[in-house]
Ligand binder design. Structure first.
Ligand code: ZN
Ligand code: ZN
Length: 306
């Protein structure tokens, strides 16, 4: 456990207006993520799964590259969200366009050509035969955090397609379309929980902490030493795995017993919010022993995998 109060003092001094609040993901996010999965996989206990997710991320990138332009929220809706501090592309209320299922079709089609185990190909075939209503139901469960109700084999594919759609919408609208939320722990773009946080993002002031959306990969600023779940600033502790370079720490909260992983980019600039979160599953196990639970999901991590 370490204290970071010195860095907090620096942040308090920074005028709020100078801090970039929301950072949208780049349009090359998925190809960079695929590279990261490939870097992390060799010799890792989850090697096979990380290699599989690299292939999924490549398929996500290809689906994103060919995504059609879609209708945007009307200006009245944008103004309303801004005024009330609500996410414009709210997972609970934004009427997602059926084009997200075309993205899924594209991802599945690409993967049928990949060298994947028979069981995985069977899952792909099963998904290709599902009705629109069944896919929408799965999407609804994933978006509302009900991951345990989705088959662990099907989850990564459907979650991957939803990520592509939301990233497409977010980047088409641009950073200025999104305001700050009332609830600082939720994504200002889509209202999802963060999957992890990053310190020292290349596109922001060094030393600031950004939370990374588990769905649309947007990042938003939140001061450090503050629980992203309940916004408490007391009883915050940091855990690292023994023998690691401390590039990834878990920040836990005694008030609500949650934790969120923080990736310290000064230790490794190539880290990816989703890939490095998955690759540090042993830190989740440590936190579980401490009686803490995740403050946000990783959509490629089924609750049944723990
Ligand atoms: Zn989001
Ligand atoms: Zn808390």
């Amino acid at each position: 456990m370490t204290s970071e109060l010195g860095i907090l003092a620096h942040e308090i001094e920074a005028p709020a207006g100078e801090i970039r609040h929301t950072i949208l993901p780049g349009r090359d996010l998925f190809s960079r993520r695929a590279e990261r999965f490939r870097h992390l996989a060799p010799g890792h206990p989850l090697e096979e799964y990380l290699d599989f997710l690299a292939i999924v991320a490549d398929a996500q990138q290809a689906a994103l590259n060919r995504f059609p332009a879609l209708p945007r929220p009307d200006p009245g809706e944008q103004a309303k969200c801004r005024t009330h501090g609500l996410p414009l592309l709210d997972v609970h209320s934004w009427p997602r366009h059926p084009a997200w299922r075309d993205g899924l079709t594209s991802i599945l089609q690409q993967l049928t050509n990949a060298a994947l185990p028979d069981a995985t190909q069977e899952t792909i075939t099963g998904l290709q035969q599902k009705s629109d209503a069944e896919l929408e139901q799965m999407a609804g469960r994933i978006l509302t955090g009900d991951l345990a109700e989705v088959s662990p084999r099907e989850l990564p594919f459907v979650a991957a397609a939803l990520q592509v759609y939301w990233l497409q919408m977010a980047t088409a609208l641009g950073e200025d379309a999104f305001g700050r939320l009332e609830q600082g722990g939720l994504c200002p773009v889509c209202g999802s929980y963060p999957g992890s946080g990053m310190v020292g993002s290349a596109t922001a002031n060094p030393g600031l902490r950004y939370l990374c959306c588990s769905l649309c990969a947007s990042q938003w600023h939140m001061v450090r030493i503050k629980c992203s779940c309940c916004e408490s600033t007391r009883g915050i502790n940091h855990y690292t795995l023994e023998g690691s370079n401390a590039a990834v720490k878990a920040e836990s909260c005694d008030d609500c017993n949650s934790y969120l992983k923080l990736l310290y980019l000064e230790q490794d600039r190539e880290m990816d919010a989703m890939a490095d979160d998955l690759a540090t599953l042993s830190l989740d196990m440590l936190m579980d022993k401490e009686g803490k639970s995740r403050g946000g999901p990783n959509l490629f991590f089924h609750p049944g995998m723990a």
